[in-house]
Each structure stands twice: as C-alpha cells, then as structure tokens.
Design a protein around this ligand. Structure first.
Ligand SMILES: [Zn+2]
Length: 108
C-alpha cells in the first residue's frame, strides 16, 4: 500500500486551457474556476440577484398605481370608489392567501 499519495486526489481538466489541476478549485495555469458545484452555485446566485433587481425595478404593480392615482382624485366619488376597490382587493388577497394556506395545510 504505497499509493496513498494519489488517494483522494481529484484531477480536473481545465475547460479553458486544458491543463490538469490536482486538488484545487482553480486552474493552476490560467486561474479559471474548476469546481462544477461552485460554478453552478455562482450561476444560481447571479440569477437570484438579477431576479431581485428586476423585482425592485418593477416597483408597485399597475393596480396599486391606479388605486393610488384614484385616491388623489379631486372628486370624492372617485376617491370613495377607489377605497371600495382597494378594500375588495385587500380582501381578495387575504382570501387568496387564506386558501393557499389551507391548501398547503391539507397537502402537508
Ligand atoms: Zn486553465
């Protein structure tokens, strides 16, 4: 048993330059990231960040903007109407959330 020196070693071929690197996550020749797990993690993190960024840029939804506009309307009738729409929207959201919660409870 004198092959312990090679045991547990991982030879990874660099996809960038073709050089074999032993037991390292980075290429010895060009420094490229070799660990596939790490590469996937990086890609996933980047995608999550982009999703969060897009979510922030989107801001409030169209219906929220419309309701906000109506709430500042000079006719009180429109403002009252917007209150009604807003309340029913909030109730619809609450009911939707409740149904989702019930469904989740049933499935789980
Ligand atoms: Zn390389």
């Amino acid at each position: 048993m004198n092959d312990t020196s090679t045991r547990g070693q991982v030879h990874i071929r660099c996809s960038q330059c073709g050089v074999f690197t032993i037991n390292s996550e980075h290429c010895e020749s060009c420094g490229a990231l070799l660990s596939v797990v790490k590469q996937r993690k990086l890609v996933r993190e980047k995608r999550d960040l982009e999703l969060q960024k897009r979510e922030r840029e989107k801001g409030p939804s169209a219906i929220e903007l419309q309701i906000k506009k109506m709430q500042q309307h000079r006719f009180w009738v429109v403002r009252a109407f917007s209150e009604v729409i807003y309340m029913s929207w909030v109730v619809a959201m609450a009911v939707g959330g409740f149904i989702a919660w019930i469904l989740a409870a049933i499935i789980a």
